[in-house]
Design a binder for this molecule. Structure first.
Ligand SMILES: [Zn+2]
Length: 163
């Protein structure tokens, strides 16, 4: 895993975590994602929009992948990295696959997220390693993570138990 780390991976993960904080400030769940070039230039950002858009599929990464597919050229996508504050769920890993990006870097693991949230009706977390999905395709997608997991977990602490 460490062999394929890039110098800007941690800075861009911290930025994805900040986007997750912004999603909460905007009334949504604490998830954020961004898409970057191999050189670390940010192409797009997306927040979770489940509550405000009344869209149960409004996960940050799924929102990001839809926008990326609509706005960016295939050759740009084919080199791009998705940075996401939490490991992509089955839907979001599928979206990353179909959009054809090169790489996924995630902060908090899905399993640890599940332990933090428990059986919350708004987030019945899947216990599924995104490598299982991304490793099942005909196209290779590199996966790095968990990265800065404690920092990525901090945005969830207190959120799912409050009011
Ligand atoms: Zn998702």
């Amino acid at each position: 895993m460490a062999a394929n780390r890039r110098p800007h991976d941690e800075a861009l993960m911290r930025r994805a975590i900040e986007i997750a904080r912004r999603a909460v400030a905007h009334g949504n769940h604490p998830f954020g994602a961004l898409l970057a070039t191999p050189e670390g230039e940010v192409l797009l950002e997306a927040e979770n929009t489940c509550r405000t858009a009344r869209d149960a599929t409004g996960h940050a990464e799924r929102n990001l992948m839809t926008e990326a597919s609509q706005r960016l050229a295939p050759e740009v996508l084919a080199r791009a990295t998705l940075y996401t504050s939490t490991e992509p769920c089955a839907m979001c890993a599928g979206a990353a696959y179909w959009v054809g990006i090169a790489r996924v870097v995630y902060g908090l693991s899905e399993r640890r997220l599940g332990r933090i949230i428990g059986a919350h009706p708004e987030n019945l977390t899947l216990d599924l390693d995104c490598r299982k999905i991304l490793g099942s395709g005909q196209r290779r997608i590199e996966v790095i993570g968990p990265l800065l997991e404690d920092e990525a977990a901090a945005v969830h602490e207190g959120f799912w138990t409050a009011g």
